[in-house]
Ligand binder design. Structure first.
Ligand SMILES: *[C@@H]1O[C@H](CO)[C@@H](O)[C@H](O)[C@H]1NC(C)=O
Ligand SMILES: *[C@@H]1O[C@H](CO)[C@@H](O)[C@H](O)[C@H]1NC(C)=O
Ligand SMILES: *[C@@H]1O[C@H](CO)[C@@H](O)[C@H](O)[C@H]1NC(C)=O
Ligand SMILES: *[C@@H]1O[C@H](CO)[C@@H](O)[C@H](O)[C@H]1NC(C)=O
Ligand SMILES: *[C@@H]1O[C@H](CO)[C@@H](O)[C@H](O)[C@H]1NC(C)=O
Ligand SMILES: [Zn+2]
Length: 642
């Protein structure tokens, strides 16, 4: 043999050896990951079951059971990431395996060595959730109101400036203010645990990494800025209407609006005060609540309606156990429960549940569609391995939960289900409809954006406990154009009066979801061959749209979310893999034009540099609440409403 040939042969042997060793790595890793998915699924099932017990029956005993499981999960995650480290990811040929291996390696704070710190984090988290869930505002010595349903009803229905103010303040005194020092310690411990891993700068950095997009922060800022003019116009119109409702002396006509007047405890969505704001009184858009009560709606019927919508798109029915095991109403046996609505995946293939203290209102009906949407997503990606059972990014889960709401609220659909007699005709009915939608979908945008602006800044250390509340109000004033109705100080902790702060649920997902749902809606309406304006499109019964939607849902988190987005929107390549504000803007275009005319000669906007009547004051109060409790880690899939 010539030397040349010898060298070639040598190469060939080496090549085939490398190839084989690659495949061997794949085989080994595949076996390991299958085992992992099985173990993780089982543990997650166990953990979900005890968490459910706690969330539907808050007792010390149930807390302890949950703590034990949360620590077991941390230990499990850490053990597995140690095992996973022996494999050489770059040697894998199957990208699916590499993606899963990376997920196993990325254990978040569970990787931290000091289990005492992890236990403390779990305990503080549960303690804060408990404070929030048990908080009551005592209107008089004997009349104490919990958030659900009493305070919520009051804020929704009262039009008495002073009463609203007292309730607004009372809730914050009873909830947020009670957990201020706990939160401070929580942040410090979480950062300590995540930084030790050496991969993330702080907890906010870790949460952002879930979006697999290095430009994520910039992208959401640009989307927000693109959407701001629409919000500012809505704000100016609402400000004028609220002034005529409550009297011109209550707040300046060119500035911020007091935060307690929006029919919502956090001024995050404004649909509850539609009656005060209605552009053309009496032109369609009666409150559905009255109609639902007239028609003797019950809770089961509300959930059946939502199920029926998804089934019309080609999904399965909710399993029998859903109806048997869910908690669809607030228990009347005096148990303390976490009422904040959530949808649960118990990871055993058939066990999906919703926990909601449902009442017969239009707002609750919307929440019902939302939570059922989560469950449908769980059911659609059931054939994915455990690691890929999740939204393509956290905003996907929320967006999917909402997508049907854009259809079911159209007059066309309400008529189909018998909640509306006549379709509104003419421009006035249309404006009323779009305006009502904007009170939910546009009013929410700055709120959805700012919560994590605050939290990221706290995790970064740019905001410290010395100005927690000031930084919070700076953002609320700048982005939402609202102001506190009573003096605030650093004795208060208003972020803690919103569930997702004590509950430690990242919030930017809701902003992302509000943008995405309009992108999807537009694409699906096109597939459903809808004609006419986007806001009158109802995808009910369109199997073509349903099939395309389900294609995306079934991918779970097996691919970067741009691919999942593309699976639904298709369209022109580069654009359809990115979030876009354009469909939302197009949807509301007739309203935007109408608002601009209404606001002519007015100042649109407010002073974005400062918060009115901000008072700094005394040093924070000290608390020494310490109790053993526990908290959910990221391993169990619960999806919350905003
Ligand atoms: C609530 O949990 C306790 C255990 O702490 C248990 O004894 C009780 O039966 C539970 N209540 C219900 C209604 O499940
Ligand atoms: C973690 O690994 C240790 C040591 O191998 C073992 O004793 C323990 O049972 C494992 N824990 C879990 C939850 O897998
Ligand atoms: C991992 O695999 C890559 C690609 O096959 C190889 O270049 C690298 O040397 C391997 N690393 C280790 C530590 O074996
Ligand atoms: C709830 O409403 C549905 C449909 O209207 C009805 O069939 C069912 O009997 C009602 N259930 C209860 C418990 O009233
Ligand atoms: C899943 O859980 C439900 C409720 O706990 C149970 O009824 C069902 O048998 C379980 N299914 C499997 C496959 O384990
Ligand atoms: Zn949700």
């Amino acid at each position: 043999m010539s030397d040349q040939i010898k060298i070639w042969l040598f190469y060939l042997i080496i090549l085939s050896f490398i190839n084989q060793s690659h495949q061997t790595v794949d085989v080994e890793v595949r076996a390991y990951i299958e085992g992992y998915n099985d173990r993780a699924r089982q543990l997650s099932n166990e953990y979900s079951l005890v968490s459910w017990d706690y969330y539907t029956n808050i007792t010390g005993h149930n807390q302890n059971k949950m703590t034990a499981l949360s620590l077991k999960w941390s230990e499990f995650a850490k053990n597995e990431s140690e095992k996973a480290k022996i494999y050489n990811i770059s040697a894998l040929t199957d990208g699916n395996l590499a993606r899963q291996l990376n997920m196993i390696l990325d254990v978040g704070i569970s990787g931290y060595d000091d289990s005492e710190v992890l236990e403390k984090i779990a305990n503080i988290g549960a303690e804060m959730t408990k404070i929030y869930s048990e908080a009551k505002w005592c209107k008089t010595e004997t009349n104490c109101l919990p958030l659900d349903p009493d305070l919520t009803d009051l804020i929704t229905n009262s039009r008495d400036y002073e009463e609203l103010k007292d309730a607004w303040k009372g809730w914050r005194d009873a909830s947020g203010a009670q957990m201020r020092s706990l939160y401070q310690e929580y942040v410090q411990l979480m950062n300590q645990a995540i930084k030790a891993e050496g991969k993330y700068a702080d907890m906010g950095d870790y949460y952002r990494s879930w979006y697999e997009d290095p430009d994520f922060e910039t992208d959401v800022r640009e989307l927000f800025e693109e959407l701001s003019p629409l919000y500012d116009n809505l704000h100016a119109y609402v400000r004028r209407k609220l002034q005529s409702q409550y009297g011109a002396g209550k707040f300046p006509s060119e500035g911020h609006i007091p935060a307690h007047l929006f029919g919502n405890m956090w001024a995050q969505q404004w649909g509850n005060i539609y009656d005060i704001l209605e552009p053309y009184p009496g032109k369609g858009m009666e409150s559905l609540t009255d109609e639902m009560i007239n028609q003797k709606y019950n809770v089961t019927h509300m959930f059946r309606l939502a199920e029926d919508f998804f089934v019309s798109l080609g999904t399965d029915h909710l399993p029998e156990s859903f109806w048997r095991l869910s908690m669809l109403e607030k228990p009347s046996d005096g148990r303390n429960v976490v009422c904040h609505a959530s949808a649960w995946d118990f990871q055993n293939g058939t066990d999906f549940r919703i926990k909601q203290c449902t009442t017969i209102t239009q707002e609750q009906l919307q929440t019902v569609y939302h939570e059922v949407g989560h469950v449908i997503y769980y059911m659609e990606y059931i054939n994915q391995p455990y690691l890929f059972r999740g939204g393509a990014n956290p905003g996907f889960h929320e967006g999917v939960a909402d997508i049907v709401s854009l259809s079911f609220q159209t007059p066309e659909h309400l008529q189909k289900i018998g909640l509306l007699d006549e379709l509104p005709t003419g421009n006035e009915g249309d404006i009323n409809f779009l305006f009502n939608m904007a009170l939910d979908k546009v009013a929410f945008l700055p709120f959805g954006y700012l919560i994590d602006q605050w939290r990221w800044s706290v995790y970064r250390g740019e905001t410290t406990h010395v100005d927690y509340n000031k930084a919070w109000w700076d953002l609320r004033c700048r982005y939402q154009g609202i102001s506190p109705p009573v003096e605030r100080s650093e004795n208060d902790f208003d972020p803690g009066a919103k569930y997702h702060i004590p509950g430690n649920t990242p919030y930017i997902r809701y902003f992302v979801s509000f943008v995405l749902q309009f992108q999807w809606h537009q694409a699906l309406c096109e597939i459903a061959e809808h004609t006419g304006p986007l806001h009158r499109c109802d995808i009910y019964n369109s199997r073509a749209a349903g099939d395309r939607l389900r294609e995306m849902l079934q991918m779970g988190s097996s691919r970067q979310w741009g691919d999942a987005l593309y699976a639904l929107t298709r369209g022109t390549a580069a654009e359809s893999r990115k979030m876009s504000a354009k469909p939302l803007i197009e949807y509301f275009k007739p309203l935007q034009e109408w608002l601009e005319i209404q606001n002519q000669g007015e100042r649109v906007g407010w002073d974005k540099a400062s918060c009115p009547s901000w008072h700094t004051s005394s040093a924070p109060r000290k608390f020494s609440i310490w109790q053993i409790a526990s908290v959910l880690a990221a391993c169990i899939l619960i999806s919350l409403t905003f």
